[in-house]
Ligand binder design. Sequence first.
Ligand code: ADP
Length: 193
Amino acid sequence: MFNLILFGPPGSGKGTQSERLISKYGLRHLSTGDILRSEIAGQTPLGMAAKSFMDKGQLVPDEVVIEMISSALDNNPQANGFLFDGFPRTTAQAEALDKLLTQKGTSIAVVLALQVSEKELIKRLLNRGLTSGRPDDSNEEVVSARITEYEKKTAAVADHYKKYDKVVYIKGEGHIDEIFEALSKEIDGRNAV
Ligand code: ADP
C-alpha cells in the first residue's frame, strides 16, 4: 500500500491537491472534514455533536475522529493506499493512526507538509467563505481560531513523524500545477509500504 498524509494549516490547499493526487495515484481520499460535513448534512447524532466544535473553529474530540477513520479503513479493504487529509490533527490521533495501520500490516510512507504564510491563509479562507457556504470560513474570528488550534495542537503532528524521518516540506504558494508537480515528485521517489 502507499499511504500518505497531506499535512498543513487550514487553507493550505490540502483539498485541492488531494483531488488531483487521488486521481493520479488511485488512492482512497479520507478527509475527516468532508466526512464530518456529510454527517452534519445528514443530521446524524455524530454530526450534531461535531457541529458545535466546528462552528467555533475548535477540533472535534479525538475519540470521534479516530473511530471515523477506523471504520473508513475497515470499509475499504481493497484500497491500494490512502490519502489522509485533515487527519491526524493531534499527536493522539497520529499515534492511533500508526497503530491502526500497523494492525493492517502497513504504515505511512510520507507526510507531505504544505507551507503557506498566515496572511495568505486568512485571505484564502475568507475568500473561500464567499462561495463555499462553509460557516467556519465566513467569520474572521472562527478562521483565526482554526489557525490557533493548528499551531497549538496540530503542528506537533509534524514533530511526531519527523522522529521517523517521514516529513517533507513543500511550498504551498504559487501555481497549483507547480505545487502538484512538487508533491508528485516526492511520491514518485518513494516505495509503497
Ligand atoms: P480546514 O483544514 O480547511 O480547516 P477541514 O475541512 O479539514 O478544514 O476541517 C474543518 C473542521 O472539522 C475543523 O476546523 C475541525 O473542527 C473539524 N475536524 C476535521 N478534521 C478533524 C480532526 N482530525 N480532528 C478534530 N477535528 C477535525
